[in-house]
Write a protein that binds this ligand. Structure first.
Ligand SMILES: [Mn+2]
Length: 331
């Protein structure tokens, strides 16, 4: 791969300005306000949603966006396996953080969605949200669905998580980090029959929690299915069926074993290694990605910072899926 490509995104040259210098933006992409006119509208706007008011266990994900910005300074644009230079394929920018209302989940989701709708050009700019707890996925999903022209039946979803996140309510509350996808399905943003949840593992509060997925046709690949069952074949067949359809990807860092990602709020042992998670994302190469998020990083629970570092690599891997699709002739 020749390294003579014109970059679509102005990245500071790391051999002139060291990676540890300057203001920390996601992967060192420029701030949206600083993007030169010839690179507008950007292809991808990355933004934080620093909100964790809807968690059912440990808080702290509101510090995720800042920690991931810091950890992502070491991310470089060229993907070794995909042979793609992200910065040459897309113009990208850090759009800052969405406004949050820390005492209200629903008000925060409405405010974040409204903010996301203003970013770039609705027809061109795709949205990547960095959480925050998993409730924030609803806001970015809604904004993405609106910008894709409100597709009837909803978007397809690739969901990486230890948990199902289709719980109807917790402590009498409908808007929580356990509920983003049940709400999105109810509101027509998602098609449950084109939804794949990977990395699911127990224990559950109630055996009935699995019923919603069964009744609505959600494909579940538990960690055990992936490790020793038919998970690999089912993931391949799901991706094959998607073809060119528009897909949203949501990545809860707790799909990864707490041995590799201890900084998270509802940790569950016996999950994917970081290498397996990255491999799984790479297997999604070929999907038509139109929006994404990475959520549930609690930097305070991980003084070594490995969870934020992993989240920044996950962010890069996900963006590279979009770059691969962009570069692959579809005829
Ligand atoms: Mn989740």
């Amino acid at each position: 791969m020749a390294d003579t490509t014109t970059l679509r995104t102005n990245l500071p040259n790391a051999r002139v300005t060291p990676r540890f210098a300057g203001v920390a933006t996601f992967c060192r992409f420029p701030l949206l306000a600083d993007v030169p006119a010839e690179q507008l509208p950007v292809d991808w706007a990355l933004y934080g949603i620093p909100y964790d008011g809807s968690v059912t266990y440990r808080p702290g994900a509101k510090f995720g966006p800042r920690a991931i910005r810091e950890a992502s300074q070491y991310i470089k644009p060229v993907h070794l396996e995909h042979e793609v230079n992200l910065a040459a394929v897309f113009s990208m920018a850090d759009a800052g953080d969405a406004p949050v209302l820390p005492y209200s989940c629903k008000d925060t989701l409405d405010a974040a969605c409204k903010f996301a709708m203003t970013l770039g050009d609705p027809a061109q700019t795709k949205l990547f949200a960095i959480g925050g707890d998993h409730s924030i996925a609803y806001a970015n999903l809604r904004a993405t669905w609106e910008r894709r022209g409100r597709p009837a039946g909803g978007l397809a979803l690739l969901h990486f998580d230890a948990h199902l996140d289709t719980t109807d309510e917790v402590w009498g509350e409908k808007w929580t980090h356990a509920s983003p996808f049940i709400r999105a399905i109810e509101d027509g943003l998602l098609d449950p029959k084109r939804m794949l949840s990977v990395g699911i593992r127990g224990p559950l509060n109630d055996a009935g929690d699995l019923e919603y997925a069964r009744q609505h046709g959600i494909e579940l690949v538990t960690y055990q299915d992936w490790k020793s069952g038919d998970g690999e074949a089912r993931i391949s067949s799901f991706l094959e069926k998607l073809g060119d359809e528009e897909v949203y990807l949501t990545f809860d860092i707790d799909c990864i074993d707490p041995a590799f990602a201890p900084g998270t709020g509802t940790p569950c042992c016996g999950g994917l290694t970081s290498a397996e998670a990255i491999d799984l994302i790479r297997r999604c190469s070929g999907v038509n990605l139109v929006g994404a998020d990475v959520v549930e990083v609690l930097p305070d629970r991980d003084p070594a910072g490995i969870t934020s570092l992993l989240a920044s690599h996950v962010l890069f891997e996900i963006l590279c899926l979009a770059a691969v699709y962009e570069k692959t002739p579809t005829d």
